[in-house]
Design a protein around this ligand. Structure first.
Ligand code: 5GP
Ligand code: MN
Length: 392
């Protein structure tokens, strides 16, 4: 196997900064975004496996909200601190850690009730006293200002970036062209010696990275044309992981209720706006209750209408409780509506998500929210549609 098949995507500055972060930290907390998906879970758990493989023994994974059942088998998932279940433990782990690593996350706002504590860490940011490391593939304000942070919106997944960091750390060549590298190497020689592939390339690490890469590309069916992704997959497979079994555990894991919910959405709830090549599906709380819908059960419904010829935009809306930390923002609303936007090709949806629905995201996959019922949110969307959706 050729373990040299990648380019050095991360800059020397980023690699050095990561080394300084990791070398100086005794306790490390890894956090990812609320409603964690396969990439959030995969990238954050992989980071822990990597850190443990290089000798860091005080590493904690935190998730702000629950994760779906079809990800609960991931190696290490059983020891994650879930903030909704253990708010005090989550708060303490995040606040007291020497180093906080954010994977698939670049803004302190996307961690539900933990936002104020994470915001403190962002506000106190000081590259000379590294206590915060971001590894993300979203646009991130802090990463724009601080080039030592790792944020690449052109990467298909945060998991790929975690892999690249681990891989580059094992390749001293990627950090040798810096003036002060000798000094850093002197201070961190012990830890650098342990950054070795394939030692850190364990089956658990590989399973988590593969899961994140697979889920954020729809099993390598979109955002998946960069050749190096497949070099990474090839390296992961050398650990003996079974990628077909991972697919099976993630994608063939629906409950009967969830299958029926999908049928209901498509048959009864999908509205088509042919002029705008747009499909809209909405679900209220009563309907979700009827199908016993749990967190994660709604994942992927937004993608279904994209399989229709000539549908280029798909929007999925579902009602949600307003969490206590958002009550002051809610302006008296009784419920909020969570919205997913998807599009195909050169048809951005992030501007709509940002301007009309307090959200944002990638060009073809964004999200947002609306304080009000799903019917009110749908009405607003239909009003906004002509401004944002292309007719061709
Ligand atoms: P999903 O529809 O799967 O919940 O989210 C798709 C993408 O949209 C996420 O990967 C994330 O980049 C973005 N996103 C979702 N919800 C929000 C939100 O409330 N705010 C922002 N800024 N981005 C979001
Ligand atoms: Mn992601």
């Amino acid at each position: 196997m050729n373990f040299d098949a990648l380019s050095y995507k991360l800059s020397p500055l980023q690699v050095e900064y990561s080394i300084r972060c990791i070398a100086n930290a005794h306790s490390i907390a890894i956090i990812t975004h609320q409603n964690p998906d396969g990439d959030a879970m995969g990238s954050s758990l992989a980071m822990r496996h990597f850190l443990q493989a290089i000798g860091k023994d005080n590493v904690t994974n935190i998730v702000p909200t629950s994760f779906p059942d079809f990800l609960s088998w991931l190696p290490g998932a059983n020891s994650i601190i879930q903030c909704e279940l253990q708010p005090e433990a989550a708060t303490a782990a995040l606040r007291d850690a020497d180093l906080v690593i954010c994977t698939d996350l670049g803004e302190p706002t996307r961690v539900a009730a933990l936002s104020p504590i994470l915001a403190e860490r962002f506000n106190e940011y000081n590259a000379n006293n590294p206590k915060l490391l971001i590894i993300d593939h979203h646009l991130s304000a802090i990463a724009n200002e601080h080039p030592e942070q790792i944020a690449y919106p052109d990467s298909a997944s945060a998991s790929e970036l975690v892999f690249r960091l681990a891989w580059q750390l094992s390749r001293h060549a990627s950090i040798q062209d810096r003036d002060h590298v000798e000094e850093i190497l002197d201070n961190t020689r012990d830890i650098l010696e342990t950054f070795s592939f394939p030692k850190a390339l364990t089956p658990d690490f590989a399973t988590c990275i593969y899961t994140g890469m697979m889920t954020d590309t729809g099993n390598f069916s979109y955002n998946s044309c960069q050749p190096e992704m497949y070099s990474i997959v090839a390296m992961l497979l050398t650990t003996g992981i079974n990628k077909d079994a991972i697919y099976d555990r993630v994608f063939n894991a629906y409950s009967a209720d969830r299958m029926r919910l999908m049928g209901y959405c498509l048959y009864h709830k999908m509205r088509l706006f042919p002029e705008y090549h747009t499909a809209l599906i909405t679900l209220n709380r009563r309907e979700m209750y009827r199908f016993n819908a749990k967190s994660g059960d709604m994942e992927g419904i937004v993608n279904l209408p994209m399989q229709i010829k000539d549908v280029y935009y798909s929007i999925f809306m579902r009602e949600d409780k307003i969490p206590t930390h958002q009550l002051t923002d809610a302006n008296g609303a009784k419920v909020k509506t969570k919205i997913s936007f998807r599009s195909q090709g050169n048809r951005p949806v992030n501007q709509l998500a940002r301007e009309a629905f307090r959200g944002g995201g990638h060009m073809n996959a964004s999200g947002g929210e609306y304080f009000g019922t799903v019917d009110e949110a749908a009405k607003k969307f239909v009003e906004e549609m002509p401004k944002y959706m292309q007719k061709t």
